[in-house]
Design a protein around this ligand. Sequence first.
Ligand code: GLN
Length: 455
Amino acid sequence: ELEVIDAAEPTIKAFLKVAGETALEQADAFDNLSDDEKAELPELAGVPIAIKDMIVTKGIETTAASRILEGWVPPYDATVIEKLKAAHMPLLGKTNLDEFAQGSSTEHSAFQHTSNPWDAERVPGGSGGGSAAAVGSFEAPLALGTDTGGSIRQPGALTGTVGVKPTYGGVSRFGAIAMASSLDQIGPVSRTVLDSALLQEIIGGHDKRDSTSIPEGPRPMVKAAREGMNRDLKGMKVGLVEELGGEGYQPGVEARFNEAVKKLEEMGAEVVKVSCPHFKYALGAYYIIMPSEVSSNLARYDGMRYGLRVMPPADVAQTAANMMAYTREAGFGDEVKRRIILGTYALSAGYYDAWYGSAQKVRTLIIDDFKKAFEQADVLISPTSPSTAFKFGEKMDDPLAMYMNDIATIPANLAGVPAMSIPSGLSDDGLPTGIQFIAPQQRDEVMYKPAAALE
Ligand code: GLN
């Protein structure tokens, strides 16, 4: 892998930091285990993995692709990293992302642009474009991402990789840098559905250090993925979400999606149409709730505790407030500033009920839509992203066009249900498309079976 990274990185730029030496030490430590010790370890033991730089790694610089954290070397590991180390999976390094995971193209990274492995002129999606590109270009067999509104699944669709957002609370967020805490979830990026299942079983499970963690062990996802590989879906009801598709979706994306639906039917699944009438408000609600939480979470970057500190120039009063203002002005990029301002506004006295309060009500309606849909179907499907990978710069001046990328992925975050994207063939432009599977809360295994069957 380290050789592939050397060869591919000059074009792909998926990594912010390659931890070559640490990875080799960890690989040696695994090799030196006895056969008995190895037999005790999970199946992925010894397999290296890349980590989105939104996840804290002890002794390895962690920046969230922001100047404000540049140079910060965490003194502790995220729970998921502890679990990977216990499983003897070497850490290859930290992958690029949109600053603080805010974006859909990885262009908002303060440090570099990551290229799509299918076309170096195009974006790999975002915010987890680095992890998806690393896996898509064979620099890493596996990666971890974080998904707040689609940041694992949409890059998966745009790079032809598998990306999973587990049930909210299914994987510990301890050590995941907080973007919007009620939506954030760590999950696997891989080339096959089975690999994601194996990885999710390793990183999942209860963690007392995350108060939102579900007090149960991981679900039987590997078993479900293996069952799916028999390509027999008799007895399974698949719900096609009417609101996630059609207008605004690229024709090639729709065509590949329809072919996938046919294949599911050929394998014995019964496909029914389901309607989720409030999904049309999901994007609006997300872009109130998410920035509100962002504005609160990012208040901790105050120039005192971690990373960057910029003192005011000599002719300005040397106060703590001024130091904070100068640090944030220099340390945060435009998109992060935009969201902090939006969130602060939505939460301010006098506007709170109109904006944040209404958005929370919409969130409840979306949860109800899912409940009703899951009375009619075991698993729901849609295209993952309305379009294939776009060119650098194409959507940078138009935040709304950028936000539209998440139209199909956001409902799952608002409801906390698990969802995954798997490749569904190349569109007419020769670029990858993705199909999304959504399962009921805490039933992650339910989506693994049809996903593995279709793969
Ligand atoms: N693209 C979405 C956003 O910009 C999702 C981000 C994410 O999932 N981290 O908010």
